[in-house]
Design a protein around this ligand. Structure first.
Ligand SMILES: [Zn+2]
Length: 332
């Protein structure tokens, strides 16, 4: 029989190897993969979502229909140089990790899924129990998914996805954000919060994070491109936050607006805080694809025309996503 001391050493060794593996890794549907093995990563997309439909805990889709539409598109994205995709559809909103895994396997594109609950869309997709549970109890739901897998699978989340409504921070928004900070300190998962054009609430979130001992570098300002000017983005980046310009499109108005914000952030010295993506959707409640290829086909060439070097483009599309989504507790 092993002595208690040897057992203790054994457990400590086991623990430290697990942490070491995860720390330099992204948590994909297939498990942890070292960050170095990824090149361009799309940091905010939807493979399929249940948007506009009634909340349903696990997204209900016709798997064959989804595959017919989605697999060729994911293959195309992979051929354009995307090496991983961050899937931002939460539970109650269309998350279906088993189907997602089949799509990832059939297309060969690594996918990262999430834990967390979505409190934009006037709280339509917030489960009723969230109003009764404490922030600590809610966090335990998400921590359990991290520790034991999602929906009876071994699939683990690679980040926490939250969302706030327009206007001031509501009680439920605040409670879910607090739950997010608790879950972060336990899991090391970065927290992407759908915030959009709401600089006051962005600033409030960073204050709340710091008060709870979580660094702003654990927070992603999702849909940051919806702001009118770059000042609040620069302020957030100065504190360490990630700025997600996730509305890349080919139409001239939007690409000019995003380019303007990006240039302002770069001029202010924050190229290492920018994330680029499309918020596309390859199966939006069964409708046509909302594309997520413009970064590779249009926006990167535009950046080159603007004089960006390969290493600057690599910073924004490879190094920043690796760092943002690396499993790492970021205490403040
Ligand atoms: Zn989205």
């Amino acid at each position: 029989m092993r002595s208690p001391l040897i057992l203790l050493f054994y457990l400590a060794a086991l623990h430290s190897t697990t942490v070491a593996t995860e720390e330099s890794s992204l948590m994909t549907l297939e498990g942890p993969i070292t960050t170095d093995s990824f090149q361009l990563i799309l940091t905010h997309e939807h493979v399929m979502s249940w948007f506009g439909q009634d909340p349903y805990y696990i997204g209900q889709f016709d798997a064959e229909d989804v595959k017919k539409q989605v697999v060729p598109y994911l293959k195309k994205i992979r051929e354009l140089g995307c090496t991983a995709l961050v899937e931002c559809t939460t539970a109650y909103f269309g998350r279906n990790v088993k189907l997602l895994q089949e799509l990832s396997e059939e297309s060969g594109l690594p996918i990262i899924t999430n834990t967390g609950w979505y409190a934009a869309a006037n709280d339509r997709y917030v489960p009723n129990k969230a109003y009764q549970l404490s922030a600590e109890e809610i966090a335990q739901y998400w921590i359990r998914e991290w520790k034991y897998g999602i929906d009876g699978t071994e699939i683990r989340p690679g980040f926490i996805k939250l969302a706030v409504d327009r206007g001031p921070l509501s009680d439920i928004d605040r409670k879910l954000l607090i739950a997010g900070t608790i879950a972060h300190l336990e899991t090391g998962l970065v927290i992407a919060v759908h915030t959009g054009d709401n600089p006051d609430v962005a600033a409030q979130q960073l204050t709340l994070f710091k008060e709870r001992g979580v660094s702003p570098s654990a927070w992603i300002w999702t849909h940051a491109q919806n702001v009118k000017n770059a000042d609040p983005l620069i302020e957030a980046a100065e504190q360490g936050a990630w700025i997600s310009l996730d509305g890349v499109r080919t139409d001239s108005e939007r690409r000019e607006h995003i380019l303007g914000l990006l240039l302002a952030l770069v001029d202010a010295g924050h190229i290492d805080h920018i994330l680029l993506s499309h918020d596309g959707n390859s199966y939006p409640s069964g409708r046509d694809i909302r594309p997520f290829d413009a970064l590779m086909t249009d926006f990167i060439p535009l950046l080159k025309d603007e004089g960006f070097t390969d290493s600057q483009i690599r910073q924004m599309t490879v190094l920043n996503p690796r760092e943002a989504f690396a499993i790492k507790i970021r205490a403040y």
